[in-house]
Design a protein around this ligand. Structure first.
Ligand code: C5P
Length: 307
């Protein structure tokens, strides 16, 4: 079984002071973009998870979010199997859980604030639940997703949602009116814990939990929406990585539009209503800033068509 897992950007990201558990309360609008990892799942004998990743620098062991997602589903299947065997003996409705090999092809940059690992994990949960007929409800999947990471539940509600709490409370909303995004990927990543640590050294952001009129925002074209968008982690990320702040300023001047950071960085983006304009801006950004990878991607793509 082959599937794709999309990246996300945080169009708008407000962050409050740290909670007692160390996490930060968020108010964020997340959307998927047309940049995908690929997962190929294959049954294997036994009960284990084998992850093969085309990037040698990523852990392919039990610490990988995809492995943790698959292990959680195997455990769930084992419990169900034991439950039904104890109740009535196995029959054709008993879920068949085995081992699984997952071949992961990464295209989403790592350490970029694009949620690649979270998206891969969410697809793994969703697909194994269906494949092995584990019978987990959407609410149970979301609970498991939240245990894996703050961004994972969003990917069970893509393509467009407002996320609160530490990111795990997800409210789907309409997709934004602009259909195109220019994604600017610097040649380095940002460490999320480092950025949050730097954030804690700064003055708290007043009014971070003010709810915009989300329904109205979804209707705005790119030139009206862009000036309203905020990412409260930008000052912290630009302290951790001063070259990222400079790059943001240069790309804003070059493209002539507001450029925002996604999540805790390092990816930057701007929005367009028109595909040709987006492609032209991406070409220009790459020509002027050779260290930067720039691509025009669709916002909230239809995964059936994209696959
Ligand atoms: O939940 P996740 O594993 O993605 O979080 C990674 C790190 O990012 C956390 O260990 C924490 O340092 C920081 N974080 C946070 N508040 C959030 C989400 C993440 O402080 N809402």
């Amino acid at each position: 079984m082959r599937t794709i897992a999309p990246a996300k950007v945080n169009l708008h990201l407000r962050v409050g002071p740290p909670r007692a558990d160390g996490f930060h309360p968020l108010l964020t609008w997340m959307v998927t973009i047309g940049l995908f990892d690929t997962l190929e799942l294959e049954r294997t004998r036994g009960q284990g998870v084998r992850l093969i990743c085309d990037r040698a620098d990523l852990p392919a062991g039990p610490s990988n979010l995809v492995c943790r997602a698959a292990m959680a589903m195997i455990e769930r299947g084992r419990q169900r199997l034991e439950g039904s065997a104890a109740a009535a003996g196995a029959d054709e409705s008993t879920p068949m859980v085995g081992g699984v090999q997952i071949r992961l092809t990464k295209r989403i940059p790592v350490g970029a604030g694009l949620g690649g690992g979270s998206s891969d994990a969410a697809r793994t949960l969703f697909l194994l639940n269906r494949w092995w007929q584990l019978g987990w409800s959407q609410a149970q999947l979301v609970q498991q997703a939240a245990a894996l990471g703050s961004d994972v539940p969003f990917f069970l509600h893509e393509p467009s949602a407002i996320c609160r709490g530490r990111g795990e409370q997800v409210q789907p909303i309409a997709s934004p009116a602009p259909r195109w995004l220019v994604l600017l990927s610097p040649p380095f990543g940002c460490s999320t814990p480092d950025v949050y640590r730097a954030f804690d050294q700064l003055e708290p952001v007043p009014g971070w939990d003010t709810e915009p009129d989300w329904a109205a925002w979804t209707q705005l074209d790119s030139t009206r929406l862009l000036p309203l968008l905020v990412n409260d982690l930008e000052p912290a990320a630009f302290i951790v990585r001063p070259e990222l702040g400079k790059l943001r300023d240069r790309t804003e001047r070059l493209i002539g539009r507001t450029v925002r950071m996604s999540g805790s960085g390092s990816a930057l983006f701007t929005l367009f209503d028109d595909e040709a304009e987006a492609r032209e801006a991406a070409v220009r950004a790459e020509r002027e800033l050779p260290d930067l990878r720039a691509r025009a991607v669709e916002l909230c793509p239809n995964l059936d068509e994209a696959g």
